[in-house]
Design a protein around this ligand. Structure first.
Ligand code: AMP
Ligand code: GLY
Length: 424
């Protein structure tokens, strides 16, 4: 079969590698793609992920059998609905279900209504009311812009002054654009964070192996929030007890709640969990694979991904046993120095060939571009160097060793991805 992937980052490269491995896939396409994806798929860099008409036309022209919509923006914007309306088969939630990620106020209200454990909160449309609420609230406190904000619309405020400034930033100065027309103010929680991704067919949910991201730009979780600087999988903190709790109170409850609301969810639900002293709580939902979570999770999945996708679309996921390798993986993001604020692009990347010869090592491209000079840097996050190992320590040593194989000007990475595993 022929499959079109929508997206062009490290996550989409990992998805492309999994699809390429499938016995059922003959040909891969990707819009817009990147230089790494282009090694295994035909890419069309001129089509952006929000150009729905062009994507539909391209999918029809190439007569693809399946379209995999990977990023949040087109999912929340309703690309799956458009593809289906054009008679194409698509993987991902429709617009009315992708709201699970698209509106934090929606997801918080859903959790409250269906008793799914999460932080206490209030929603505000009016900045004056938000400011008045803060006067009597406990600090620290968490402010969240309602809509999509490139993963950056969350402010953790330690003092009343900071919180007031945050309300101004989100609702009045509109730092996150229209995402800040509405705001959630939420209780501050403490604990370890774990990401659990799952496949969902509308009724049945099957969780994948756990992972942990590192969102801050600098070592020791310092610096600004980024899209993610590295991941490891599985998380040693995601114990059997935690899994049992989440199975009982969170996973199926979320899928059932969406169905009860007439918003049947088919696709991937990403549960951002915090393991608080009072038990696991949902920090956030995403309606898609995480980036760079996909890089460490998919490379450990034993199933043919097309079988799982089909089961999600056809509502037969109960017949699938998801299986993961009994090992570990670590992904270290190589970024351009200065990310996430400002950085230069266009530097030649050397040493990529080595990954073609080594099993259990992957170089997932995020921001790269093919030019006459070769493959050059083309974004903040450039590559996701990923390696497997028999356990987390070995995987981490392998991944960091492989970061040395690649060179480019202004190469930057965190040196402590997976350090938490030493405390496990
Ligand atoms: P989110 O985009 O909702 O996952 O938030 C981004 C990050 O902010 C999370 O990964 C947490 O580190 C932090 N965060 C979000 N909500 C809370 C909360 N209620 N308490 C403490 N930290 C939070
Ligand atoms: N790595 C976090 C995300 O994809 O949202």
């Amino acid at each position: 079969m022929k499959v079109l992937i929508v997206g062009g980052g490290g996550r989409e490269h990992a998805i492309a590698v999994s699809l390429k491995k499938s016995k059922r896939v003959d040909k891969l396409y990707c819009v817009p793609g990147n230089a790494g994806i282009a090694q295994i798929a035909e890419c069309e860099p001129s089509i952006g992920v929000m150009e729905f008409e062009k994507i539909v036309a391209y999918a029809k022209e190439k007569a693809v059998d399946l379209v995999f919509v990977a990023p949040d923006d087109p999912l929340v914007g309703g690309l799956v609905d458009e593809l289906e309306a054009a008679g194409l088969r698509a993987f991902g939630p429709r617009k009315n279900a992708a709201i699970l990620e698209g509106s934090k106020a929606f997801s918080k209200d859903l959790m409250k209504k269906y008793n799914i454990p999460t932080a206490a909160y209030e929603t505000f449309d009016d900045p004056e009311k938000a400011l008045a609420y803060l006067e009597t609230a406990d600090m620290p406190i968490v402010l969240k812009a309602d809509g999509l904000a490139l993963g950056k619309g969350v402010l953790i405020c330690n003092t009343l002054e900071e919180a007031k400034a945050g309300v101004k930033e989100i609702m009045l100065d509109k730092h996150f654009g229209s995402a800040g027309n509405r705001m959630v103010i939420e209780e501050y929680m403490t604990g370890r964070e774990v990401s659990v991704l799952s496949f969902v067919d509308g009724k049945t949910i099957k969780t994948m192996t756990s992972a942990q991201d590192h969102k801050r730009a600098k070592d020791g979780d310092q610096g600004l929030n980024t899209g993610g600087m590295g991941t490891f999988s599985p998380s040693p903190f995601y114990t059997k007890e935690v899994d049992e709790f989440c199975k009982k109170y969170i996973y199926q409850a979320t899928v059932d709640a969406m169905a009860a609301e007439g918003r049947e969810f088919k696709g991937v639900i990403f549960f951002g969990l915090m393991l608080t002293p009072n038990g696991p709580r949902v920090l956030e939902y995403n309606a898609r694979f995480g980036d760079p979570e996909a890089q460490v999770v998919l490379c450990r999945m034993k199933n043919d991904i097309v079988d799982v996708i089909d089961a999600c679309i056809d509502g037969t996921l109960d017949s699938i046993d998801l299986e993961f390798e009994d090992n570990a993986a670590v992904c270290v993001v190589l970024a351009s120095d200065g990310y996430p604020v400002s950085y230069e692009k266009g530097y030649v990347i050397k040493g990529l060939e080595r990954f073609e010869q080594e099993e259990n090592y992957y170089c997932f491209h995020a921001g790269t571009r093919l030019t006459d000079e070769g493959i050059v840097t083309n974004g903040g996050r450039v590559l996701g160097i990923t390696a497997k190992g028999k356990d987390l320590k070995e995987a981490r040593a392998n991944a960091y060793a492989a970061t040395e194989w690649v060179t480019f000007d202004n190469k930057y990475m965190r040196n402590d991805i997976g350090k938490a595993i030493d405390e496990a």
